[in-house]
Design a protein around this ligand. Structure first.
Ligand code: COA
Length: 153
């Protein structure tokens, strides 16, 4: 019997060299994507910017802003062809573990009410709805609220 070894998923710091691949995913999966400048600014600001790769392929990425013992998950994304295969859950867990490891006690995030995938994913991982930011996001018809969720780590 022969065992087939799959390459492991890796969480690696996002660098300028990743941004072409990151932007290709970002533009494909969001109606209102982050700009290249948003990613560059996040890296320059010292936010926790991670790529999630397997065998050299970029499956997804995440951006977390830390402030004292709280963190804010600013971006969590999985490439369209890799969605619904458990990678978003794994990436979210890794980002929470990473934040916990640096002393974070509470993780916050915002999600659109029109994003059932995000809402379901965060509920599955124990995030609780704690507030609303009115007209936070651009939307096809004007603006859309943001639902704020948090999770004690
Ligand atoms: C949201 C996102 C990160 C989830 O990543 P993923 O790898 O597809 O998620 P998983 O495969 O780990 O899904 C875990 C569970 O979340 C829920 N879920 C994920 N995507 C869903 C969708 N589109 N619709 C409904 N439920 C969904 C399901 O319950 C799923 O479990 P199941 O597949 O066994 O039913 C990914 O779909 C994505 O990048 N979407 C576009 C960007 C985005 O919305 N990011 C979050 C913004 S706040």
């Amino acid at each position: 019997m022969s065992a087939i070894l799959k390459p492991a998923m890796e969480l690696l710091p996002m660098t300028e060299a990743d941004l072409t691949a990151v932007m290709a995913i970002e533009s494909e999966i969001y109606a209102f994507p982050w700009t290249l400048g948003n990613f560059r600014d996040s890296i320059a600001a010292g936010y926790s910017c991670w790529t999630y790769t397997c065998g050299g392929e970029l499956f997804g990425y995440g951006v977390v802003m830390h402030a004292a013992d709280e963190a804010h998950l600013l971006n969590l994304s999985i490439a369209a062809v890799r969605q619904r295969q458990g990678y978003g859950s794994l990436l979210l867990q890794r980002l929470c573990e990473q934040a916990r490891g640096r002393g974070t006690r509470l993780m916050f995030l915002e999600v659109r009410p029109s994003n059932p995938g995000g809402l379901r994913l965060y509920a599955l991982h124990g995030f609780e709805h704690v507030g609303l930011r009115r007209d936070y996001y651009p939307a096809p018809q004007g603006r859309e609220d943001a639902m704020i969720f948090s999770l004690p780590l």
